[in-house]
Design a protein around this ligand. Sequence first.
Ligand SMILES: Nc1ncnc2c1ncn2[C@@H]1O[C@H](COP(=O)(O)OP(=O)(O)OP(=O)(O)O)[C@@H](O)[C@H]1O
Length: 215
Amino acid sequence: MFELRGVQFKGILHIPDLEIEEGAVTSIVGSSGSGKTTLLRMLNKMISPDRGTIYWQSRDLADLDAVDLRRQVVMLGQRPVIFPGTVADNLQLGRQLADQASAEEGALRQVLAQVALDKALEESAKDLSGGEGQRLALGRILLMDPAVYLLDEPSSALDEQTAVEVIGALVRQVRAKGKTLVMVTHAPAIAESYSDRIISLEHGRVKACRELAHG
Ligand SMILES: Nc1ncnc2c1ncn2[C@@H]1O[C@H](COP(=O)(O)OP(=O)(O)OP(=O)(O)O)[C@@H](O)[C@H]1O
């Protein structure tokens, strides 16, 4: 689905050759500063390589409109943005930005359950804790249901049990619908349990790619 050929960015990333498979769960691991977020941000054109080419579905990202691309390749950053308004408003916002029809109330409730967020739809989102905000933002993306999910440390503000519950539900949805998930994670248990493939970065280079049989 993604192919990186001869990619370089500011001495931070050097990736001669890398493919990320469609319909698979790929984890990117590596120490702090190894370039994981930079790689993820390249995949939805938040940044572009100084050299080399990134293809998405055989098309050069350089030729694609970034806004169109981000309707299908959606990134959840490390510090998700929570907007003024209610929990429901925050969930609907992603669909609005992607020009999708508003979701039914039942779908909103279902997504809150999926991300284990025990809040009323009409509650204000401004007082949510960091972990709750992260789950709300994840719910926003689940509701958009893009072709590609790019998640930067989606479990970093969650306790271990909630992380397993929430990431487990996300991976089930992604697999059931044949979507593609690429996540940066510092949690070895999450990477080992859910990935088809683990890419390890070190100093901006791919140190290892490991396929996991169980997926
Ligand atoms: N646009 C940029 N311009 C210059 N340097 C950058 C840019 N983006 C990131 N960096 C630097 O590149 C290095 C890699 O950053 P990146 O955020 O990709 O690391 P990471 O592996 O995701 O780290 P962490 O696990 O701490 O989130 C860091 O030293 C960072 O300061």
